[in-house]
Design a protein around this ligand. Structure first.
Ligand code: GLV
Ligand code: MN
Ligand code: MN
Length: 418
């Protein structure tokens, strides 16, 4: 991908054309040829390419890029220190889950730059500073903690805990940051950055079927379900698969299988969802009984007590197997800011209002007191965290238009500010 090549924009281009150009540039970055899925993990060379792309796009528009204490990137149009109450922030993330889709995250970042282009093409002059943000490590695919970038700046994740996180190869987050040219000693809660955010609107591909069923291209989000991740450790004893009597075995795979089935059954009983999508087995040999299993539980639901009930049941099973179940991250129920959502809904009167079971940086900021809301763009497959995730180009353009209209309302001339 040519980051510095291509025409420099001396004139603003309309949102749709600029969206298409940026989307085409990003499409090859981090895509695995074998699956068509994306592997855009935090603090890797692919991540650096995406960050360079972000900086280059900001530069094309004359925006100043600053990195905060977690390495999140902010491209400012105007000086956020110049206005009490901070600016209007839009954006999302560029990282992915293993073999994720193209849209989860990048749609929000690309649409944000395109919305600014659309506004500039219309001669829009903001009365408040506006920023496009790229939150780092939203998916937590490499180090396990979802929304690590926003959790760090809000203090929901401590600097010491973050620096000590390790990926599957044993590399610490601190070393990964250093390797990518970011000083891990500066990591920490960042009140200065938070103080610059007057409000945050995150546009995102829808990760379910709500908009398909309603026949609408764009929705406004009302809330995010409470959700969390837990790590389960199950000890065992390595031994020969052929010579060890069944009665003599201490095989942690049995407890793991029991936990996987129990997660499904408990979620069904308590009206929530629970997933065990990641398991690490030691030593991982066909003809050896496992010596240790680490498995991860993701549990979510509209009712936090139902989620806790599921987790409590699984904790009991893990303990009975001489193992443990530990919380890795938790995000409370998020209800987006009513005043901000009302203003957004007034601008987009046809957009339905949807809640979601997916986690987002918008939820972390909202729970830290930042006025926040989200827009969703229809996903005709209804599938996400998979290469099948999709959004039609026309719907993406409608998302850009919707976001531009929202920014015009929130950062428009004082007369329109209510
Ligand atoms: C992030 O997309 C999550 O919901 O886990
Ligand atoms: Mn995601
Ligand atoms: Mn996302």
């Amino acid at each position: 991908m040519a980051l510095d090549g291509g025409p420099q924009l001396s004139q603003p281009v309309a949102g749709a054309a600029s969206f298409d150009r940026m989307w085409a540039e990003l499409t090859p970055v981090g895509r695995a040829a074998a699956t068509g899925g994306y592997r855009r993990f935090a603090w890797t060379t692919v991540d650096s390419t995406l960050r360079e792309w972000f900086t280059a796009e900001a530069g094309r528009r004359g925006l100043d890029v600053v990195r905060d204490r977690a390495g999140n990137q902010w491209a400012w149009w105007g000086n956020p220190a110049s206005v009490p109450g901070g600016g209007v922030v839009i954006g999302s993330h560029l990282d992915s889950v293993p073999d994720g889709g193209a849209f989860d995250g990048p749609l929000g970042v690309v649409s944000s730059f395109a919305a600014l282009d659309s506004l500039r093409a219309q001669g829009f002059a903001p009365s408040r500073p506006i920023a496009v943000v790229n939150f780092g490590d939203e998916e937590g695919a490499r180090f396990g903690i979802a929304c690590a970038g926003s959790r760090l700046i809000t203090g929901a994740l401590s600097a010491d805990r973050a620096r000590a996180l390790r990926d599957a190869d044993g590399t610490s987050l601190a070393d990964a940051m250093s390797g990518a040219g970011f000083d891990p000693t500066q990591v920490g809660a960042d009140d200065e950055t938070l103080g610059r955010i007057g409000c945050f609107v995150e546009l995102h591909v829808e990760q379910g079927r709500g908009l398909i069923d309603l026949g609408q291209p764009v929705a406004v989000s009302s809330q995010i379900w409470p959700h969390g991740r837990w790590r389960i450790e199950l000890p065992g004893e390595a031994n020969h698969a052929g010579t060890t009597r069944l009665v003599d075995r201490h095989d942690p795979m049995l407890a793991c299988a029991e936990l996987i089935l129990a997660a499904r059954q408990a979620a069904q009983r308590h009206g929530s969802v629970a997933t065990m999508g990641k398991v690490s087995i030691q030593p991982n040999g066909v003809n050896a009984i496992a010596s240790h299993v680490t498995a991860w539980l993701d549990a979510r639901g509209a009712d936090p007590d139902a989620v806790r009930a599921v987790v409590d049941e699984l904790a009991g099973l893990a303990t009975a197997a001489d193992g443990s179940l530990e919380l890795e991250s938790w995000t409370d129920s998020t209800v987006f800011d009513a005043g901000l959502s009302d203003r957004v809904r007034a601008v987009l009167p046809d957009a339905p209002v949807l809640s979601t079971g997916a986690g987002h940086d918008a939820g972390i900021l909202a729970n830290a007191g930042v006025p926040t809301t989200m827009l969703f763009v229809r996903n005709p497959t209804g599938v996400s965290h998979s290469p099948v995730e999709h959004a039609e180009t026309d719907d993406c353009h409608r998302g850009v238009d919707a976001l531009a209209a929202v920014v015009a309302e929130l950062a428009g001339p004082p007369a329109t500010v209510r």
